[in-house]
Every structure is written in C-alpha cells, then in structure tokens.
Design a binder for this molecule. Structure first.
Ligand code: PNS
Length: 175
C-alpha cells in the first residue's frame, strides 16, 4: 500500500468508491428508492442523476424531479442528487464515476439495459452493475404511476408521501 509522499504520517491512500444511479425519475417511485438505498450500502458515494430522456414526455420538470429526489434521499449521508443534459458516460467522465447502477425489474428490462451497458462500456469503459429489483416493486414504473394518478387511482403505496402530494397537485391542476 502506498502512503502520501508529502505527508509521511498519512495513512494508506483510500479509494473512494463512487457510483451513479441515472434515470428520468418522472417521478421517483418506491422501486427507485429501493435501488438507491441498496446502492448507498455498497458505495461510499452515490449520485442520483436526473437525465432528460428524449424519447419520453415528462409530467415534472427536471428541477421538480431533482427536488423530489432530494427530499426522499435527505436521510442518506452518502447520496446526492444532480441533473444533467447529455450522455450518462459524459457525466461519469466529468465526475470521475466508474460505475452505473441500474435496477432490473424483469427479463424484459434486460434487453435494452444490456445494450446500453455494453454501449456505455464501449464508449467510455464505464461498467454497469445490475441490481435485481425487490419483487415487491417488480411491476412498478413511473409511467404507470402517472397514468393511474391521472385517472384518480390510488398510488399511495407506490411512491413516497412527498411525491404523492405533488402528483395530486399536478393532476388536480390539469383536470
Ligand atoms: O428512467 P429511464 O427513463 O429508464 O432512464 C433512462 C436514462 C436516463 C438512463 C437514459 O435515457 C439515458 O441514459 N439517457 C442519457 C442519454 C444517454 O446516455 N444515452 C445513451 C445510452 S447508451
């Protein structure tokens, strides 16, 4: 183990293990939170990064999504939230993050996720860690939550309370 050349009393250099959880988070669900919480136990620092997914239209602005995530992850000392317009690998390179953490709900997620993981590794050498979703959340998707909420269905068991409140406000204002 190497020690700092400038400070002979310094201990061994410690590598900070850092990972990113990227997503649209429109809005964050209990399924996302499960993955974020488990990633926070595996890595020293976890960045939850809200990206613009150009193939999806969103209910919440990127700032609203960031704010909801900040509220629900405030209890984790090693999780921070950020936003980014661009490629996930560009974000990783700019912030010295070597690993992407993604949740897999079902085999159907795997095809596209594997393709993205291999593309990201080919583009920039960034690896992806797949984490199986808690079976309790295997059917959960932000798109379904929004659809159910728009029609007045009960999503209180699917999202954290602050997100439920924002969903109710948003759907009430667009009725
Ligand atoms: O929650 P989502 O919508 O499934 O998240 C998808 C996300 C944001 C991870 C994906 O759209 C993405 O990677 N966007 C950034 C653009 C990018 O890096 N695309 C190339 C993927 S190989």
């Amino acid at each position: 183990m190497s020690t700092s050349a400038s400070d002979p009393l310094a201990g061994p250099a410690r590598i900070i293990r850092r990972a990113v959880c990227p997503g649209s988070f429109d809005p964050v669900t209990n399924g996302h939170l499960d993955i974020i919480g488990r990633a926070a136990q595996l890595y020293d620092e976890v960045v939850v990064a809200v990206f613009v997914n150009q193939s999806k239209s969103s209910m919440f602005t990127i700032e609203e999504r960031r704010d909801m995530l900040q509220e629900v992850t405030a209890g984790y000392g090693n999780v921070r939230v950020d936003t980014f317009h661009g490629l996930v690998v560009t974000y990783c390179r700019d912030h010295d993050i070597p690993v992407i953490v993604k949740g897999l709900r079902a085999v159907s997620d795997f095809d596209s996720e594997l393709q993205m993981a291999q593309m990201n590794r080919g583009l920039a050498g960034i690896d992806t860690l797949f984490m199986p979703t808690n079976p309790e959340y295997s059917f959960l998707a932000s798109s379904l939550v929004k659809e159910i909420a728009k029609w007045g269905g009960d999503v209180s068991s699917l999202v954290p309370p602050n997100v439920l409140k924002r969903l109710q406000e948003r759907t009430a204002s667009t009725e």
